[in-house]
Structure formats: structure tokens, C-alpha cells
Design a protein around this ligand. Structure first.
Ligand code: A3P
Length: 328
């Protein structure tokens, strides 16, 4: 082993046993630990530390940063479609998104690095690299957030919808021989911040502050905005990525074509996303492709949460987001 990596692994061996442990919604043997204020699966901590010590950022990097269930799949598809639009502009009939799940087109940063045991799988990718991650902003190394490195696109979502989406998702992935996690149990964990990359509010606040500090580097989006005005926000996204739509593209309906291609209705009905299995060991989530498409709507929490849960969660949201006046 390379001397530099040995140092990181020694550090990990020393640190991992000292971290507080939390409950794992999936109860699948993966340990969840608290690292620098956030709850993460142990393997993510390894990935993060390898990134912190060894990753070499490039100015052209595009990093999609999300808290799970906020719209990662959608943004993977949209950004992929935006940055590759010249390649497929005349024929969306052959677009890779029609036959490939967005996760297979956009590497899951910390997972791939953890699986490879080094950053080499990412270092060998051609520029511009487009990567997706759940790493909270404070844990991202300075080398990646400095002005000479790449851009971050962040998407957040109404917390009650995030919770409901997460509860459904985790129960789909949960070991079949176990009873499903009840809404109450899940709610307790969500409020205490014991979720992958939680607490949710701290995840949001980190990127919110970063976007205020460096608006050219961090684009802060909301799922609800994108859902209500997809054309406006897809244009914003392209502009932010330094790939604005030119008049000719707008005239030929390119923005509409991308929105349509990446819509929930379109993606969720494709054979690959209905029946496609995940390829384990490729830096992908567990589960099947269809697990990432459920309803894709705003406000589904109304169909699941009791008035009591709503009251508690709304109070937390108000308190946590008061200072930044974040509305959904
Ligand atoms: P719901 O469970 O509320 O339906 P992530 O991709 O971050 O894991 O988030 C998953 C959530 O985004 C799920 O929310 C899923 O249905 C929704 N989603 C997936 N693809 C989408 C798309 N193309 N447009 C809008 N929402 C989408």
C-alpha cells in the first residue's frame, strides 16, 4: 500500500471505534456512526476520509450534493442531459437516459471511493467530471471548496416530504424478514437527526451558507421550485454550469426536451427504471432502480402524517430555518 494511503487507513482504524453509534433504519448490518456532527454509515466515513486526504479536485468538476430523498435522481438526470446535450441534440431517441438509470451515468462519489479503497476510480475519469454525493458541506475538504475548484449544485426539499419519502424508501430496502419500521420509530430517528447524512436541517444550512458566500460556486435549489417551474430552473442550472442555452437551442425547444426527458412520468415509466436491477459493487445504492421513483409530488406528507407529527416537525423546521427564511 502507498505510504500516504497507509496513513489514512491508520487514522481510520484509530478513529472509527471511538465514534458514537446510531440506529440504522435498514437494520442490515451497516453501522451508522456520528462523525463531525453528522450521522453516516461507517463506509461513508472511510470514503470521506480518503477524499479529504487524497482527492484532487479539478476546476471543471460538477458535484451534485444532496441529502437523500431530496431529488438526487432527478438532478442526476437533468445535469447529465444539460452537459451532454450537444452529443444527443438531434436525436433524443437514442439518449442514454432512456436505457440507463441515472445512477449508472453519474458516479456516487464517496461510495465508489470507499469500494475502490482509493480515489483512483475518480481520478481516472475524463473532465468534466460529474459526481453525486451526500457529504455534508462542513465535511467537504477545503481543496474542493476553494475558489479554484469546481461547482456544487445543491437541492433541498420540504422536510415533511423528505421524511415521508425516506420512510417509504427505507422500508423498501429493509430486510424482508423484519417488521417494517413504523412511522413513529422513523419519525423519532429523523427528528434526532439519525439518518444517512443527518440531521437534515444541518445538511441544508451548510450548503445554504456556502451558496450565500460563493454564489458562483454553489447553486442552491429547491425541489418545489424545480417542480413548479422546471423550464426556469433548468435554464438557471445551465447558466450556472457555464453552459447557457443559446437562442437557437431555445427556439428549437431544447429546454422543453430536457425537462420532458427527465420528468418523473417519463423516467419512472422506462423499462430500465421499472425492472432494472442494481449492479452491486459499482458504487451504487442497494435496492432496485424502481426504488428511486415513487410519487414525485409536492405535499404527499398530507397522506401519511398525523396532525401531531406535523406539529412537531413544523416546529423544528420553523426553529431551524427561521434565520434564513427558507420557505418551500
Ligand atoms: P417521493 O418518494 O416523494 O416520490 P432521491 O433521488 O434523492 O433519492 O429522491 C427520491 C425522490 O425523488 C422520490 O420522492 C422520487 O419519487 C422523486 N423523484 C425521482 N425522480 C424524479 C423526477 N424525475 N422528478 C421528480 N421527482 C423525482
Amino acid at each position: 500500500v502507498d505510504q500516504g494511503y497507509r496513513k489514512t487507513y491508520d487514522k481510520l482504524d484509530e478513529m472509527l471505534p471511538t465514534l458514537a453509534e446510531g440506529e440504522n433504519w435498514l437494520a442490515n448490518g451497516v453501522q451508522v456512526v456520528q462523525y463531525q456532527g453528522f450521522w453516516l454509515p461507517k463506509f461513508c466515513v472511510q470514503g470521506i476520509m480518503l477524499i479529504q486526504d487524497h482527492f484532487k479536485p479539478r476546476p471543471t468538476d460538477i458535484i451534485l450534493s444532496t441529502f437523500p430523498k431530496c431529488g438526487t435522481t432527478w438532478l442526476r438526470a437533468l445535469i447529465f442531459a444539460i452537459i451532454n446535450r450537444k452529443k444527443y441534440s438531434y436525436d433524443f431517441q437514442n439518449h442514454p437516459l432512456l436505457t440507463t438509470n441515472p445512477q449508472d451515468l453519474v458516479p456516487f462519489f464517496e461510495m465508489l471511493i470507499h469500494e475502490g479503497g482509493s480515489t483512483s476510480s475518480i481520478e481516472t475519469l475524463p473532465s468534466p467530471r460529474f459526481l453525486a454525493t451526500h457529504i455534508p458541506f462542513p465535511l467537504i475538504p477545503k481543496s474542493m471548496t476553494s475558489s479554484s475548484s469546481g461547482r456544487f449544485v445543491y437541492i433541498c426539499r420540504e422536510p415533511k416530504d423528505v421524511f415521508v419519502s425516506m420512510w417509504h424508501f427505507m422500508n423498501k430496502l429493509r430486510a424482508k424478514e423484519l417488521a417494517p419500521l413504523s412511522l413513529e420509530e422513523a419519525f423519532d430517528l429523523f427528528c434526532r437527526g439519525v439518518t444517512f447524512a443527518g440531521p437534515y436541517w444541518d445538511h441544508v444550512l451548510g450548503f445554504w451558507e456556502a451558496s450565500l458566500e460563493s454564489p458562483n460556486k454553489v447553486l442552491f435549489l429547491k425541489y418545489e421550485d424545480l417542480k413548479r417551474e422546471p423550464l426556469v430552473y433548468v435554464k438557471k442550472l445551465a447558466y450556472f454550469l457555464d453552459l447557457p442555452f443559446v437562442a437557437e437551442e431555445e427556439n428549437e425547444g431544447m429546454v422543453e426536451k430536457i425537462v420532458e426527458l427527465c420528468s418523473f412520468e417519463n423516467l419512472s415509466n422506462l423499462v430500465v427504471n421499472k425492472n432494472g436491477k442494481n449492479t452491486p459493487g459499482k458504487g451504487k445504492h442497494p435496492g432496485t432502480n424502481s426504488d428511486f421513483f415513487r410519487k414525485g409530488q409536492i405535499g404527499d406528507w398530507k397522506n401519511h402524517l398525523t396532525p401531531q407529527i406535523v406539529e412537531v416537525l413544523d416546529k423544528i423546521i420553523k426553529e431551524k430555518f427561521q434565520s434564513i427564511r427558507l420557505n418551500f
